[in-house]
Ligand binder design. Structure first.
Ligand code: AMP
Length: 462
């Protein structure tokens, strides 16, 4: 049984898709005015793993992610650089897709907001016709919160607490209620705009998502994901629009809401506005994608994950440990007699139990490392039987299919250096620090350095 934490009910629930083994999943994608940082990447890598894991477990997952390619931030940035906003967004859409590919994010189907303007207009019109929306001349079309008593079911806020929902695009002193948000902005100052019976203009911040999901999934679907910052006001506004348009209750719109906690830098949310970000593409120059994926998955997704050189180094050590294990297993002859099939079966079960429990990847990793620690000596001594070697390889292959964390190639560390590292580990276990330090110096003379991490020693070029 797969369980997941549902933001709208605030409990862990059993995953029961609306339609048997079919799952419709939507995740809020980027606003394409800049490169994505590693905080954004956490959300995208996490949901990539959710989709891959569910597919591996036999579900047919229809996974859509939107790309916000029309927005105030895009218009402002493009103006600063004297560029056409739509062309500017196109450039960063391509860069975003390249970054995702470089991070091994391959599961979603992307849908641009600007390709769904007719669907946006239809939804706005429905809300106008039903009396849930109203026009402010020369400004835009707004949702009237007083027409929707269920407002706040997702975030736990009330309409009167919705003041901070007001971003620049939603600001107007002619609104009926402070928290009313824009569905459509009439064209002004040469901003990009589309002809519409309601008046030429462009979509507000929230409406593209429900226009896209209604087109592909209908007014009800299974999973909606995003970063925690989107619960309010963005996702609350989605619930409001779609439920009002389709006459449904908030619990009947999206069955499971999942939200990923932030990547923090020195304990503050990583964000472009705070300037404490690390771009994903910059980190990809320093670390293989598997190391970054492992780092992003190494904390439970509902807890903040701090970024530091030390944590990235630990992740590198973790990935090297798995990689070297796989290498050893592929070289092992399996001529020994020791069978560890039961142990592998047990680990595999623990791995699935952890992932089934709200996608607890760090706990799943712990079971893999436990197995590696235990059977490494037998692999080195080539004392395992053929079947055990085969099963160990198969299990790690499965892990890789679901999580994408095993590199096909890493920089080779010479065997002489690795032998010294192993020798130093033994000395450290015996608490023979003086001799261990001598070996470290020897390793350094050979042009390498060793750092001790929670996943074991990490060897890198000096
Ligand atoms: P944006 O381009 O700002 O709309 O963000 C794209 C996605 O990244 C959204 O799902 C955000 O919730 C998510 N996100 C933004 N900052 C962070 C962060 N520091 N950690 C994790 N996710 C984030």
């Amino acid at each position: 049984m797969i369980k997941l934490y549902n933001t709208i009910t605030r409990t862990k629930e059993e995953l029961v898709p609306r339609n048997n083994k079919k799952i419709q999943m939507f995740v809020c994608g980027p606003t394409v005015y800049d490169y994505v940082h590693i905080g954004n990447a956490r959300t995208f890598v996490f949901f990539d793993v959710v989709a891959k894991y569910l597919r591996y477990r036999g579900y047919e997952v229809d996974y859509i992610q939107n790309i916000t390619d029309i927005d105030n931030k895009i218009i402002e940035r493009a103006q600063k650089e004297n560029a056409d906003p739509l062309e500017y967004a196109k450039k960063y859409t391509e860069i975003f897709k390249q970054d995702m590919e470089a991070l091994g994010v391959t599961s979603p189907e992307y849908k641009n907001a600007t390709d769904h303007i007719p669907e946006v207009i239809t939804q706005v019109k429905t809300l106008l016709d039903k009396g849930n929306a109203y026009v402010i001349e020369g400004d835009g079309i707004y949702f009237d919160l007083s027409t929707f008593p269920d407002y706040g079911k997702l975030s736990g806020r009330t309409a009167s607490m919705a003041d901070d929902a007001v971003s620049r695009i939603d600001d107007s002193d002619k609104k009926r209620n402070r928290g009313d948000f824009a569905l459509w902005k009439f064209s002004q100052d040469g901003d990009p705009s589309w002809p519409a019976p309601v008046g030429a203009g462009r979509p507000g911040w929230h409406i593209e998502d429900t226009a896209i999901t209604e087109k592909y999934f209908g007014p009800q679907y299974d999973i909606h994901g995003g970063g925690q910052d989107l619960i309010f006001p963005h996702h609350e506004a989605e619930v409001t629009q779609q439920c009002a348009a389709a006459n449904i209750k908030p619990k009947d719109f999206v069955k499971y809401w999942m939200h990923v906690a932030f990547v923090t830098n020195k304990e503050r949310k990583m964000s472009k506005s705070l300037g404490n970000f690390e771009m994903a593409y910059e980190l990809l120059k320093k670390y293989p994608k598997e190391v970054l994926r492992f780092y992003l998955l190494s904390g439970y997704y509902r807890s903040p994950l701090d970024l530091s050189d030390k944590i990235l180094q630990q992740s590198e050590a973790g990935i090297r440990r798995i990689y070297e294990f796989v290498q050893k297993a592929s070289l092992a002859n399996g001529n020994g007699e020791e069978s560890i099939e039961e142990r592998i079966k047990e680990t595999r079960q623990k791995f699935f139990d952890a992932m089934d429990d709200d996608f607890n990847a760090p706990q799943a990793f712990a079971s893999v490392f436990g197995l590696i620690r235990e059977i490494n000596p037998a692999l080195t001594a080539d004392s395992l039987d053929k079947n055990s070697v085969k099963k160990a390889k198969e299990f790690l292959n499965e892990v890789d299919t679901m999580l994408g964390i095993i590199p096909s190639k890493l920089e080779k560390i010479p065997d002489e250096v690795l032998e010294l590292v192993e020798k130093r580990e033994k000395l450290r276990e015996e608490k023979n620090w003086a001799e261990a330090d001598k070996i470290r110096a020897q390793i350094e003379e050979m042009g390498y350095r060793v750092d001790d991490t929670i996943y074991g020693p990490l060897v890198t070029r000096r």
